[in-house]
Design a protein around this ligand. Structure first.
Ligand code: TYC
Length: 156
């Protein structure tokens, strides 16, 4: 899922830009004020100007009427789960939590023991592509050594 973090918005009347300087050339975008344009329109000029003010395209071209949306899209995140088994050595799981998931020795040991006792545990939380890469890394490392350790994903 991808969505824009920001977009162009109309400067007119939004109240977040100092309109008093607009239309006088003080914006530094366009000089040649005729005094006829709406005060918030840095590009409208003279009798031929659009009385309705700037279009989105104008705002985009002016490069000034942008605003960061307060509502930012948050990518979905996924838990990477590790499952217990009877054969994978504890030290291997701890090393893997340190190397693949960036845990410190104490946290890695705690997570490993929680998995050992409860059957499953969360190794980390990531956006989907990273989570999938972590799962693959776990499976590859375990298979290289002939251990049956399994990892999986769960949407947060
Ligand atoms: N149960 C394993 C043992 O006793 C250790 C282990 C912990 C295995 C966590 C997998 O995800 C795991 N050697």
């Amino acid at each position: 899922m991808v969505s824009e973090a920001s977009r162009c918005v109309a400067a007119g009347g939004a109240g977040w830009i100092d309109n008093t300087a607009s239309g006088t050339g003080e914006t530094g975008i366009e000089g040649g004020s005729t005094g006829r344009e709406r005060p918030w329109s840095p590009r409208a000029s003279g009798p031929g100007g659009d009385p309705d003010g700037p279009t989105d395209q104008r705002e985009r071209e002016s490069g000034v009427a942008t605003q960061t949306r307060s509502k930012t899209a948050r990518p979905e995140r996924y838990k990477v789960l590790l499952y217990n088994d009877d054969y994978t050595p504890m030290e291997f799981v701890v090393a893997l939590l340190e190397q693949i998931f960036g845990k410190g020795p104490a946290a890695a040991t705690q997570i490993m023991l929680a998995i050992h006792r409860s059957g499953m545990g969360v190794a980390g939380v990531f956006v989907l592509e990273i989570a999938e890469t972590k799962v693959s890394a776990v499976h590859r490392a375990a298979e290289e050594r002939g251990y049956p350790l399994r990892a999986g994903l769960e949407k947060e």
